[in-house]
Design a protein around this ligand. Structure first.
Ligand SMILES: [Fe+2]
Length: 182
């Protein structure tokens, strides 16, 4: 087959999505929510997120608590083989605040490896996270976290509450030593 005949096949396969609950959400989430509210709306709805969004790299000790906790959960989503998390690096972490009718269009987080959404503030009627090919809806709950392969398409339908807030982030597989030069 020559290069002109390269083609993309779309296949249906099973993918792992990890759902977990941060044990200290009751004390940490009010701080996280306040911080997300106070940080500037850095992108003014110019990204896929049609809601208030912080900068892609929030360097903050409370955000890092969530990042570290998610990082050590990564082996649970890996089927077998890699049992150390040290090759996975945090490349982005940001917050978003959804008011009424805010939403996020379908998108993927390529070329990262694993991404997460952590639910911070979840008033009644807050939108789920939706993996749109399978229409899998993950309903929000404070402290609930969804870890998923970064290439799964997902979206947030129009929100029907005030101040639904989340933290999202991306981890990339970046092994330091076991690479092959060519
Ligand atoms: Fe996303």
């Amino acid at each position: 087959m020559n290069e002109e005949q390269d083609k993309i096949l779309f296949v249906k396969e099973k993918l792992e999505i990890l759902i977990c609950q941060y044990p200290f959400w009751e004390t940490l989430n009010p701080k996280l929510h306040l911080l997300i509210k106070e940080l500037p709306d850095f992108y003014q709805k110019s990204t896929n997120v049609k809601a208030k969004m912080t900068h892609y790299s929030v360097i903050n000790k409370d955000f890092m608590k969530i990042a570290k906790w998610v990082h050590q959960k990564i082996p649970k989503i890996l089927s077998q083989g890699i049992i150390t998390t040290s090759s996975f690096k945090l490349v982005n972490i940001w917050g978003a605040l959804y008011n009424e009718n805010d939403y996020t269009v379908s998108h993927k987080h390529r070329p990262s490896t694993y991404s997460f959404v952590y639910f911070v503030n979840v008033p009644k009627n807050s939108s789920p996270l939706v993996f749109d090919y399978s229409n899998t809806k993950i309903y929000p709950h404070p402290g609930k976290c969804v870890i998923f392969p970064s290439w799964i398409s997902h979206k947030v339908p129009k929100n029907k509450s005030k101040e639904r807030s989340v933290i999202s982030g991306n981890f990339a597989y970046m092994p330091e030593n076991d690479v092959i030069s060519f």
